[in-house]
Design a protein around this ligand. Structure first.
Ligand code: ZN
Length: 225
């Protein structure tokens, strides 16, 4: 979890998202103080206990967890249900927009710019995701995954393998299953093996794997036709 908690050197993703939206519930701030999550001070805050439930466990990424209040932006990030259900792209302009599965596939074809953060609920509604989103990364339930050229190359490998007919469960195996390999022209086997190996480090990163399975589903659906 440590990687999630690095001090932000630039604007907070939550602050950028909040600044760009009009979806606000007006809540009377309780007092002026320091925000427990983003450490903004002095700002109007409301009690943490009115925003997150008693079973909330995400405090380890808060910058000032001993404080008792949350600023308007941070309270909104935990409270607005749409942020847990739908995929969003946030930029430093600031801007935020909901995106579709097709948009996600397109976005992940390139490394993410350092002024962009993507929020992807893999299990919609279950967890707060925006609060741990980081620039240049894809935030999923429990982590924020940097999206670099290596990730793009690995996702392209998965897309090619799916297009050849390797299913989602097969891709998790350490070697290409023979029944599908046998359907592929032998001259293409070296490329298949290279793609299979390119995915090796990622098979252990469960949420990366789940994200990329989702982002490469179109290629396999087309191949199945
Ligand atoms: Zn805050």
């Amino acid at each position: 979890m440590g990687k999630l908690c690095e001090p932000a050197c630039r604007q907070d993703v939550v602050a950028a998202a909040f600044a760009s939206t009009t979806m606000r519930k007006v809540v009377e701030p309780a007092w002026v103080g320091r925000c427990a999550r983003c450490a903004a001070s002095p700002v109007p805050v409301e009690a943490v206990t009115t925003v997150v439930s008693r079973t909330f466990t995400g405090y380890d990424c808060w910058k000032a967890p001993a404080e008792g209040g949350l600023c308007a932006a941070c309270a909104w990030a935990y409270r607005h249900p749409d942020l847990r259900r739908r995929m969003h792209v946030v930029t430093t302009r600031p801007a935020m927009r909901a995106v579709t599965a097709a948009d996600l596939r397109r976005i992940l074809l390139r490394p993410l710019e350092p002024d962009t953060a993507v929020v992807v609920p893999l299990r919609p509604g279950r967890k707060h995701i925006l609060p741990h989103a980081r620039w240049g990364s894809v935030a999923v339930e429990d982590t924020s995954l940097p999206w670099t050229g290596r990730d793009v190359a690995a996702a392209a490998a998965m897309r090619r393998l799916r297009a050849l007919g390797f299913g989602a469960r097969m891709l998790a195996e350490p070697a290409a299953p023979y029944p599908v390999l046998a359907q592929v022209a032998p001259r293409r086997w070296p490329a298949v093996f290279a793609d299979w190996d390119r995915l090796a480090p990622y098979r252990r990163i469960g949420q990366w794997w789940e994200l990329v399975l989702r982002a490469t589903v179109a290629a396999s659906a087309r191949a199945a036709k």
